[in-house]
Design a protein around this ligand. Sequence first.
Ligand SMILES: NC(=O)C[C@H](N)C(=O)O
Length: 331
Amino acid sequence: MKKLLLLTTGGTIASVEGENGLAPAVDANELLSYVSDLDNEYTMETISLMNLDSTNMQPEDWVTMAEAVRDHYHAYDGFVITHGTDTMAYTAAALSYMLQNSSKPIVITGSQIPITFQKTDAKKNIKDAIRFACEEVGGVYVVFDGRVIQGTRAIKLRTKSYDAFESINYPYIAFIHDDTIEYNKKTHGENLPFSVDTSLCTDVLLLRLYPGLKPEMLDALASMYKGVVIESYGSGGIPFEERDLLQKINELVEKGIVVVITTQCLEEGEDMSIYEVGRRIDQELVIRSSNMNTEAIVPKLMWALGRSTDPKEVKGMMETPIAEDITIWPS
Ligand SMILES: NC(=O)C[C@H](N)C(=O)O
């Protein structure tokens, strides 16, 4: 019989209607009591880690989650983490970097409607997450609306619908119908030892380009940030005429700030080799994001900067695939 650990962190799934709107209040044991009709092919213990709307979550909370899994890793066969949907994709990616080569499933789920409501997606999502946590697969996954998504590949695309998450730039791992798991993609198990590194440097800025952005605003960044992620356009380019951002980016790099270039397009990733606006960027100096999703790039950069302050080493870590975050499409 599988032995699972449920870690709860808040989110809509644990929310109740209060004077100021929905806010998390349900603890782990109460949450579990709503799905007590499950057949007991497993035993489950619980820890209420925190009770936050995931909008309020901070990188330090990712560390708390990663440490909870680390501290109980050997005592359980699988882990279920309930979480708000708003920042779930960031957490799933962050845990994928901090907890590498897990031979056990670490499954994150949540819901669009609280478990305390009559009509809710919460019960199905918890049941599916528990079902997947009983599988013989290692790694971090998001389970939502019957879909299993690699932890570095989930993106919240919808604010209200049950199918809030999609797997972007990567196939779905599996689909769950009732109690049956239909695999769609083989999970990659290389049998490497489980490794935990929770040091993060949170001095990271995410900047979305838009026509009219003032280049001088980049001057203010150097004293505050060690890493900047630029969500540029299309295949990845930086404006060099009129409001010249390229010059400012080169200045940032000269000051030792690491700069990652990605794209606002959700699918197919950057390819800076196509256009002049891309080729003018010195690709030896900036970090290429390939087809990583922004929700993965930000925590990966915090994790990489937590391990090294040498821009070359950080570039090497960022451009190395981890937990399926970079792939040649279709794979
Ligand atoms: N559906 C949800 O869980 C949204 C909620 N605001 C949260 O992220 O905590």
